[in-house]
Design a protein around this ligand. Structure first.
Ligand code: PGA
Length: 264
């Protein structure tokens, strides 16, 4: 894996936006096939979404031929709830870019048959041609999407039960009450994320430092599902100085040296 270290979350987020835009344009230059992009919610991608919105407004990139799939959604939360991932995505990205409405895919956490909804989602990803790039964040417990500790690394889209830790972390969006955070969610699996041609993981802030260090230096493990990135042929982590703070000094120097050599 490659690790890109920026001074802060803003710079890391902007780097990720430019990387995604360059990949969209690279594909558009050689084929009419759509670019298929996996997207996260959370605080982590906000700078990236703001920069992508700016770039679309400035005519620097277009999402007209991009198909997106979001990685997760709460079960049982009305779509119009301000904390649903439907609301989040429209507010922070889709309302500001030129992606056609029919290209937007978000799991329906109120579907009458949740398992059928998950199976149909996997099928829709295949029909779209599979992911060119999947962007994700990481949880303080090392989760990727809502693949909590002990999720199978071979998992696909399914209904998951959130850990108490995750409900506590996310309670900041629900009036500080962990009980108000839905107990279940639907989430793409670890294997769904890893099926992408490229995986771009963002991690900012010291709260992510322990999970990030074990994802990078620890064994690949269902205990820290983002560690599965170690097996991906094209995995990139974009982080800030605070989030990379727990890796060994030599690992840090290695990542910096590789980036400097590649930019020479
Ligand atoms: P955050 O969440 O971006 O709000 O920190 C990331 C995650 O839980 O995956």
């Amino acid at each position: 894996m490659k690790v890109i270290i920026r001074n802060n979350a803003k710079e890391g987020g902007v780097w990720a936006a430019h990387y995604i835009a360059s990949k969209i344009k690279e594909k558009a230059a050689v084929t009419d096939k759509p670019f298929v992009l996996g997207l996260p919610t959370g605080s982590t991608p906000l700078n990236t979404y703001a920069e992508l919105a700016r770039m679309v407004a400035a005519g620097e990139v277009s999402f007209k031929n991009v198909i997106t799939f979001n990685m997760d959604e709460y079960v049982g939360l009305p779509e119009e709830h301000p904390e649903s991932y439907h609301s989040f995505m429209h507010k922070n990205l889709f309302d500001h870019i030129d992606e056609p409405k029919e290209n937007i895919h978000i799991l329906n956490g109120n579907a009458p048959d949740l398992n059928a909804e998950c199976a149909a989602y996997e099928q829709a990803i295949v029909e779209a041609g599979g992911f060119d790039l999947f962007m994700g964040g990481i949880g303080e417990d090392g989760h990727i999407a809502f693949n909590e500790p002990f999720s199978p690394l071979e998992s696909r889209t399914r209904v998951v039960t959130l850990t108490q830790d995750t409900r506590e972390v996310n309670s900041r969006f629900f009036g500080g009450n962990p009980e108000a955070v839905p107990a279940q969610a639907m989430s793409v699996g670890v294997a769904t994320v890893l099926s992408a041609k490229e995986v771009l993981i963002l991690a900012f802030g010291s709260k992510k430092a322990r999970a990030l260090a074990s994802a990078i230096e620890g064994p690949m493990s269902h205990y820290n599902t983002v560690s599965a990135l170690q097996s991906h042929p094209a995995g990139i982590i974009v982080c800030d100085e605070a989030a990379i703070g727990e890796v060994k000094v030599n690992s840090y120097r290695y990542f910096k040296a590789v980036e400097a050599a590649e930019n020479r």
